[in-house]
Design a protein around this ligand. Structure first.
Ligand code: PLP
Length: 472
């Protein structure tokens, strides 16, 4: 049975059910499996050609073994992916002789976050029902995570969701995906402030222990272990479709928080033969600088055409650092403390070399992103979103062994970022039919000041999980 340990070595070891609901570990670390279960070559061959749901069940089962979700897993997976508009869930589309796009945007909110969030919601409901508990999910979003969380949690019996986004600073599509879901357990909150203000409010709510306990606070942000786990599945799917375990694959991943590419790292740890991971960033290039030099250094976030990657602290990189440091939790805790205090810290040369053996990285600025959207359209007729274009640019900048297929992860549907796409190709991408009425739906949103007491009062007043007597 897989147990979960904190990257900082000082938090309790947890089972899957507990790690699902815990989010961040109590010592400030992130949970990882104590050992990765493996899928040998024989087992991988046996999974080739199976439907995505079967593959997901096979990959995830060892991680949830011993927990309450184990027996129900096939049903939870089937329900989660029934909401996808493509039966393959994560179909591959060939771009040129050696490059494929893996389309991860066929879920209800048009970005890859749905792949993990839809399953996470099923797992939450199941585990909470077994325990007779409720939770209050609070999150901050710059766009995609919030809409995916709202869409996944809406109407669920055991959870209420409160999503804080910066008023006036998300795209119209992103905002409407959050504000037009007219269901009682969903609360979109427009904060008069920036994304960082929203994130600080969420952190402050988690740090307020009486409040946290009174409302049963929980998180579904990208450090949640179950999200990483759900994302490992499509790497295995792509690998199998392109010849694994008998052929290696190279993955190019548009990255921000490092959650998606870390899931690929996990698929490799399970036995998928991977040639290399190429981390693709926009002008917010902390990750390319890190893989080039071994030094992690934050700079000011600049807004770009690919806003879901406008990040200067890649939280999930801590999970990779843990392995690079030989799983020395105390050592990593010290390293992270210094990084947070000084905004900079570096790996040793040997650790840097180990990272570079598996990861490469490249960046694309806005001009390059627009150029790649236009070029891809001119050469193939395909319309790609700005995040995917950053990935295609990185793939072209770092050409690999032509005998190794390259899979670029298409992380969002072009209609989610129509302005950038229209500027590049002169045509506005249409929303898929299933959400064609998004702009006619009525919006419901609560606008609140950037003030902790006001936001906490709103959450207490609307969360069903409030413990009576503790609410005052
Ligand atoms: C969240 C997101 C990313 C970045 O993924 P990480 O897991 O944070 O690295 C890339 N593209 C899109 C469209 C996203 O929504």
């Amino acid at each position: 049975m897989v147990r979960y340990v904190s990257t900082r070595g000082a938090a309790p070891v947890l089972s899957f059910d507990d790690v699902l609901l815990a989010g961040l570990a109590r010592d400030g670390g992130l949970y990882v499996p104590d050992a990765w279960p493996t899928l040998g070559a024989h087992r991988l061959r046996g999974l080739a050609g199976r439907p995505y749901e079967d593959l997901a069940t096979a990959v995830i089962a060892p991680f949830v073994a011993g927990g309450v979700a184990a027996d129900a897993l096939p049903r939870l997976v089937a329900t989660a992916y029934a909401s996808f508009a493509h039966r393959a869930v994560a179909p591959l589309v060939q771009v040129d002789a050696t490059t494929w796009l893996m389309e991860l945007f066929h879920g209800p909110t048009l970005a890859f976050k749905d792949v993990a969030m839809q399953l996470l919601a099923q797992l939450f409901d199941h585990v909470l029902a077994a325990r007779g508990e409720r939770v209050t999910i609070v999150g901050a979003t710059s766009g995609d995570t919030g809409s995916a969380a709202i869409e996944a949690i809406k109407g669920r019996e055991r959870a209420d969701v409160f999503i804080l986004y910066p008023h006036g600073r998300v795209s119209d599509v992103q905002r409407r995906q959050m504000t037009t879901v007219d269901v009682g357990n969903v609360h979109a909150i427009a904060i008069d402030g920036t994304f960082d203000d929203c994130q600080d409010l969420v952190k402050a709510m988690f740090a307020d222990a009486p409040f946290r306990d009174a409302v049963g606070l929980s998180a579904v942000n990208s450090i949640n272990w179950a999200r990483v786990l759900a994302q490992t599945v499509y790497y295995v799917a792509a690998g199998l479709a392109l010849g694994a375990p008998d052929r290696r694959v190279r993955f190019v991943v548009p990255s921000g928080n490092f959650g998606n590419v870390y899931a690929g790292y996990g698929a490799r740890a399970m036995g998928l033969p991977v040639d290399r991971f190429v981390v693709a960033s926009n002008a917010n290039d902390i990750l390319p600088r890190f893989f080039a030099t071994g030094a992690m250094e934050t700079r000011t976030v600049v807004p770009t055409l690919s806003p879901s990657m406008d990040i200067q602290i890649s939280s999930n990189a801590e999970r990779l650092l843990f392995d690079l440091m030989g799983r020395d939790g105390a050592g990593l805790a010290g390293w992270m403390t210094r990084f947070r205090a000084e905004g900079r810290n570096a790996l040793t040369p040997a650790q840097t070399e180990a990272a570079r053996a598996l990861f490469a990285a490249a960046r694309a600025d806005d001009a390059e992103t627009a150029r790649v959207i236009a070029k891809t359209h001119a050469e193939t007729g395909m319309v790609v979103d700005p995040h995917t274009a950053v990935g295609l640019s990185a793939a072209a900048q770092l050409p690999g062994d032509p005998a190794v297929p390259t899979v670029v992860l298409a992380t969002a549907h072009p209609a989610k970022f129509p302005d950038a796409v229209e500027r590049a190709i002169g045509r506005r991408p249409a929303l898929p039919d299933r959400m064609g009425d998004l702009f006619e739906r009525r919006e419901r949103v609560t606008r609140l000041p950037n003030d902790l007491a006001t936001v906490e009062a709103f959450v207490r007043g609307n969360a069903r999980a409030v413990v009576s007597g503790a609410a005052a």
